[in-house]
Write a protein that binds this ligand. Sequence first.
Ligand code: SF4
Length: 312
Amino acid sequence: MARVFKARMILYAAYGHCIIREDGSHYEHPHWFELAKEKKTSIGKITMEYELENSFDSREQMLKSMQDNWQVMQESIQRGIANKDKSLSGLTGGDAIKLYAYKDNSYTGNTVMTVAASAVGVSEVNAVMGRIVACPTAGSCGIVPAAIKTAAEKNHSTEEEIVEALFTAAGIGLVIEANASIAGAYGGCQAECGTAAGMAAAAMVQLAGGTPDQVGTAVALAIKNLLGLACDPVAGLVEVPCVKRNGFVAVHSMVAADMALAGVESVIPVDEVIDAMDRIGRSLPRAVKETAEGGLATTQTGRKISERVFGK
Ligand code: SF4
């Protein structure tokens, strides 16, 4: 179990009382992209207003919560890229530091490898019970911080802009949770890493000064290419394939953001992509919904690891 920091706004997007009624039904969520265009503002600002209307916090408290989240995200990256600790199972730990040391010799280049190392690092911190921000979940916790840190550095973003980008990411998480799912046990890994990819891509576009349409395109592109992704963690632990997958998906989100910023469009609009995500999630077999009864978990090696870790 990860010790998850109080990722308030993002968890609101995930499970919070602002979108789920006591009877379990969802509140109607605003049509974020249309609203942002109509009001000539950003998805981040729309999300902030939505949160203000639906939480008991003042604006200052809400902003402070998100600043605290960003602080924890940065600390988890710093710890992650220097991490030599192995997880209790021994399956993960020590890879982020290798990636970070190797980045200058890589095919993909310094920026891509820094994103990958950072995302893997945060995931490793999660695997050793360190403090992370679940965004949207602990299993996918490396993607958003790695992407935002890279984009913020490239764009020389202010703290205020970073917080707005975090709200952008949270808003995307909120929309996906309300219309599909952010739980691997419900929708497969597309729901966790796929959602995180959409959140990260959206935040990156926001930090580059992209339009709400470009944010929507980045989300659509990021999610489209992860639809149907299996959740098949070896031995049921959030380590394999999760930790390295965070590295891959963080890079994936960066490509989606770049495509959108370059003017590439998604043939399928973002709302329809999220609807497809919901339908695919529902139709995935139980074996690849975090049960460890299929996929990588049931390979010969996966089974041996499970026996070694749990004696069964
Ligand atoms: S494989 Fe499953 S447990 Fe791992 S990150 Fe994806 S959804 Fe979470």
